[in-house]
Design a protein around this ligand. Sequence first.
Ligand code: ATP
Ligand code: MG
Length: 414
Amino acid sequence: MAKSDLQPARGTHDLIGEEFRRHRHVADTARRVSALYGFEEWATPIFEDTRVFARTLGETSDVVSKEMYTFEDRGGESVTLRPEGTAGACRALVTNGLTQANLPRKVFYAGPMFRYERPQKGRYRQFHQIGCEVMGAAEPLADAEVIACGWHIQQALGIESGTVLEINTLGDAPSRDAYRAALVAFFRDAGDRLSEESRGRLEKNPLRILDSKDPGDRALVAAAPTIAPHLTEAASAFYDGVRRALDRLGVPYRENPRIVRGLDYYSHTAFEFVTERLGAQGTVMAGGRYDGLVEEMGGPPTPSVGWAAGIERLSMLLEAAPAAPRPVAVIAVGEAAEGAALDAVQALRRAGVVAEIAYKGNLKRRMERANRLGARAAVIIGEEEMAAGAAQLRDLDAGTQERVPLAELAERLA
Ligand code: ATP
Ligand code: MG
């Protein structure tokens, strides 16, 4: 075969075979478990008016400052391939007029996201996320429940022993203002030991420095003040409420005062599920409370909380890929039996049995094809069987074979 000079675009990947089955298993499991918590699935467009993201994710965030796929469409509108799912969900809540009735809205989504990043293991330019959002709930119980749902999904995937939940509070606005001042004072003292990028953020958004991936910054961050002494009474009480509910729900966690989220819209609860099994890309699920976001989309105050998780990273943690279904191979011996074989394969499919029919070749060829497909059984129909309204049913694992009436095939193979 000619080797093509066309390759997938940098940072994108095809999902084929085992990789697709892992991916699908993660999304299906998340869909099933989140439904148990009352989440309904939404699908919003994968591109939006650029302002949906630029306005809300924070101009100093990595995503907005250097990772967005933004372009002008043929009509001159600036559109952006969505880098995350929360902003679109909030936009949808507002533009569909759902900000009043039936709150809180509990929304699940799954789909592709796009960020212009340096590709590496667990980091792509097109990746996929699952996510849960509770929109219109100001109570700490909402934070705890959305976290419990994320943990439950990881349990259902059998990966929860490899991840640790780390939680923190970013407080309310007065807490954060006081903390911001303390951080600016601390990092200003560090002078040029701070990376250039972080120095740029010092005045605009010093909290962002806590999330820096620069090794020199990380050393400084380890000694930076924490928010705890700056929390208002109300912010402390909220954080207590979240921890109490997590304890009651049996969700294990570790407090980490260094956690801030990569996007600017968070307040109060911030959390990450981290793992040591994926090298530098150690965060698999992350989220927090975003009380101001719906308002920024032009809606009424709608306190909300949610998380997103990378499907690729979750997939990599799966112990084993789900097995591909093993079909039943229906094989006609001789041209005269082909019609009967076609009837039989279709009857099996109608009865819910995965079944394939070989298109060509003699019995030997067709049996080889059945083995390559990993078939669990072969249904062989020759002229003699056809006349008797029966087929040879061969169990390809046990190697046994017997004659079975066509009318009983589906029941035998179900
Ligand atoms: P990181 O610190 O790894 O860059 P982030 O803070 O940018 O992550 P979020 O915006 O919180 O990530 O997205 C939530 C989750 O989505 C991450 O925890 C991760 O599992 C996944 N994710 C984010 N960016 C990528 C990417 N480029 N490729 C694959 N998965 C990603
Ligand atoms: Mg990132």
